[in-house]
Design a binder for this molecule. Structure first.
Ligand SMILES: Nc1ncnc2c1ncn2[C@@H]1O[C@H](COP(=O)(O)OP(=O)(O)OP(=O)(O)O)[C@@H](O)[C@H]1O
Length: 239
């Protein structure tokens, strides 16, 4: 099976500062893949290169067989950035309608997708409020709904559950697992939260721009003789 995403010896610097060094791994279709690492490790920069918003200095990234950046392939990517890019003066529903209009959906599909995405993030009863009146968590939830709006094959979520309460966090994770299991979606999630990392099929640990460990949570715990992923991260970082 071809990988859904192939990251091939990617390096990136901003000015004189090296942000990512020779990162390489493949992401297979239908898996949840976690990028784990402390603040400033380079997770967002890697995610932006996968989406095509940044270009590697060296190496290449292929998504569904296409070298990134690639405009047509954006139809297949749902991206939730770390900061919310929403129209504050529009309602939640108007935001969803606007983003849905950017994709190839007929009217019926568009209405169904808006209803589904709003329901998923528990915003149905707030859809007619202006986004300026939303809380931070509601804005994150709306951003997640927008990432799902065109039913993309690949979902790339940069810290999707920050600012979201535990109950909704759990329901979002259940939905991500359902999207993977039933719809075969490939999902990338960046997180600092180790109990979320445990839910991923594979994880890549990134520290100071280097890939320090990659594998399934179970493989990594075994490899580093650790009880939890926090200890794996510390042990891998010492090596
Ligand atoms: N456009 C840019 N110009 C210069 N430096 C940048 C730029 N974007 C990111 N950086 C730097 O690259 C490093 C990695 O940032 P990045 O946002 O990728 O980390 P991260 O692992 O996602 O962190 P966090 O979890 O806090 O979001 C940081 O030192 C950041 O300041």
């Amino acid at each position: 099976m071809n990988p859904s995403i192939s990251i091939q010896n990617v390096s990136k610097s901003f000015g004189k500062k090296t942000i990512l060094k020779d990162i390489h791994f493949d992401i297979q279709e239908g898996n949840i893949y976690g990028f784990i690492g402390p603040s400033g490790a380079g997770k967002t920069t890697l995610v932006k290169m996968i989406v095509g918003m940044e270009v590697p200095d060296q190496g290449a990234i292929y998504l569904l067989g296409e070298k990134m950046p690639n405009l047509p392939i954006l139809q297949e990517i749902g991206y939730m950035a770390q900061s919310d890019a929403l129209y504050n003066q529009l309602t939640g529903k108007e935001n969803l309608t606007f983003f849905a209009s950017l994709y190839k959906l007929n009217k019926g599909e568009r209405l169904r997708r808006i209803e589904y995405a709003a329901e998923l993030v528990n915003l149905t009863s707030d859809l007619n409020k202006k986004v300026s009146a939303y809380s931070g968590g509601m804005k994150r939830r709306l951003s997640l709904a927008i990432a799902l709006i065109q039913n993309p094959k690949v979902l790339i979520l940069d810290e999707p559950t920050v600012g979201i309460d535990p109950e909704l966090r759990e329901s979002i994770w259940n939905e991500l697992l359902r999207l993977k299991n039933e719809d075969g979606k490939t999902i990338i999630v960046t997180t600092h939260v180790m109990d979320e990392a445990e839910k991923c099929d594979y994880i890549s640990m990134i520290r100071e721009g280097s890939l320090i460990a990659t594998g399934t949570p179970e493989q990594l715990k075994k490899q580093y003789a650790a009880d939890n992923l926090n200890d794996v991260f510390l042990a891998a970082g010492r090596m």
